[in-house]
Design a protein around this ligand. Structure first.
Ligand code: 3PG
Length: 390
């Protein structure tokens, strides 16, 4: 990948900058700003070069429709504060903008297009849309490793139409992950949690042959519990997954991979509830599984004590409510406590938020801003955003 530093002459250029500022939000409050803080060096570099910058990013999954709750406005405000200059949100539809005069109509040099996933063309990797976007810049920079596993228009197709480079954070992350995966020490424990079940459940099959222990917590574990015949009440789960879960079990047996899932859980009737610890056989129809229980934490800690590497993506529970963040926090604390006895790598926006809550971020050997992209990298899959830049 050609780096931002290799652009022959950036001075005064219009730079189209793809970032992944998909940060955890509570209303319009940013719960964890790490993903934004990490790309500040790229923005400062471009400002120093007198560039005019148009930022493209997404938040959440609005599925091609405008959803005000998923506006980029809170991110714009945060960026303005950090950079000490106005970052202007362009709310007008991209189709109604004139690429050549967009800066002439503004007193600002940093513009931010509204959530790019408000356009259905983005996720479809639509060529015409990518071409239209490319018209807004002289140079394109991808500093969004964490969404580069998506073959979307502003990540993949756009590179067909404009000189394209990788940003500072993207370069650092890919190099660090390359090093982590080539020098990895066994036994390896991989912990996968979070709520993006549909994204992750399929890639688990490819991860099984690579690790000694695979711990499944968070939303995905509900599918496993359901498959095992437990009542999961009102807990989130993915439809029609029994076939995949059955393959996960047979593959883990074939590959001697120790598959671990919750043996007890913390439940509530609503997301805002207090936690009640329950055995799997005591769950009621209106219970929602929102965290792992103490027995499960102990089993995970035992595995960690006997591992040389831990790779972790996705919280063990609904960490946004502190009552259900106990499992994730205990895992983080255990890893920190093991210090040099274990090489620790974590990835993903929500996982970072958990690490920050217990001041563990700096104590991990490497933390990637990427969740899904991090897992796909571990799988050994080609990452479309990297391929496109190559
Ligand atoms: C992430 O948070 O992992 C990236 O922003 C990608 O989000 P997605 O899983 O909704 O594509």
């Amino acid at each position: 990948m050609k780096k931002i530093e290799e652009v022959a002459n950036l001075n005064n250029k219009r730079v189209l900058l793809r970032l992944d500022l998909n940060v955890p939000l509570k209303g319009s409050e940013i719960i964890d700003s790490t993903r934004i803080d990490k790309i500040l060096p790229t923005l400062r570099f471009l400002i120093q070069k007198d560039c005019r910058i148009i930022i493209i990013s997404h938040i959440g999954r609005p599925e091609g429709k405008i959803d005000k709750k998923l506006s980029m406005l809170p991110v714009c405000k945060y960026l303005s504060q950090k950079l000490n200059e106005e970052v202007e949100l362009i709310e007008k539809q991209i189709f109604d903008l004139e690429p050549n005069i967009i800066f002439k109509n503004s007193k600002n040099r940093i513009l931010f297009l509204e959530n790019i996933r408000f356009y259905e063309q983005e996720e479809k990797n639509n060529e015409g849309f990518a071409k239209l976007l490319s018209g807004f810049g002289d140079v394109y920079i991808n500093d969004a490793f964490s969404c580069s596993h998506r073959a979307h228009a502003s990540i993949d197709k756009i590179t067909k139409f404009i000189p394209s480079y990788c940003g500072i954070q993207m370069h650092n992350e890919v190099n660090a992950l390359k090093k982590v995966t080539s020098d990895i020490k066994r036994p390896i424990t991989c912990i996968i949690g979070g709520s993006k079940i549909s994204t992750k459940i399929n890639l688990i099959k490819n991860l099984i042959p690579k690790f000694e222990n695979l711990v499944i917590v968070g939303g995905m574990a509900n599918n496993i519990l359901k498959y095992k015949g437990f009542n999961i009440g009102n807990s989130i789960n993915e439809k029609n997954c029994d076939e995949i879960v059955s393959q996960i079990f047979s593959l883990s047996e074939e590959n001697n991979c120790n598959l671990v899932f919750p043996s007890d859980v913390a439940v509530g009737k609503k997301l805002e509830d207090k936690a009640k610890i329950k055995n799997l056989s005591n769950l009621q129809d209106d219970d929602i599984i929102l965290d792992i229980g103490p027995e499960t934490v102990n089993s995970i800690n035992y595995l960690l004590q006997n591992s040389k590497t831990v790779l972790w993506n996705g919280p063990a529970g609904y960490f946004e409510n502190p009552n259900f963040s106990i499992g994730s926090k205990k895992i983080a604390k255990k890893i920190v406590e093991l210090g040099n006895d274990i090489f620790s790598v974590a990835g993903g926006g929500d996982t970072i938020a958990v690490l920050n809550k217990v001041n563990a971020f700096e104590k991990f050997n490497f933390v990637s801003t990427a969740g899904g992209a991090f897992l796909e990298y571990l799988e050994g899959k080609e990452i479309p955003g990297i391929r496109a830049l190559n």
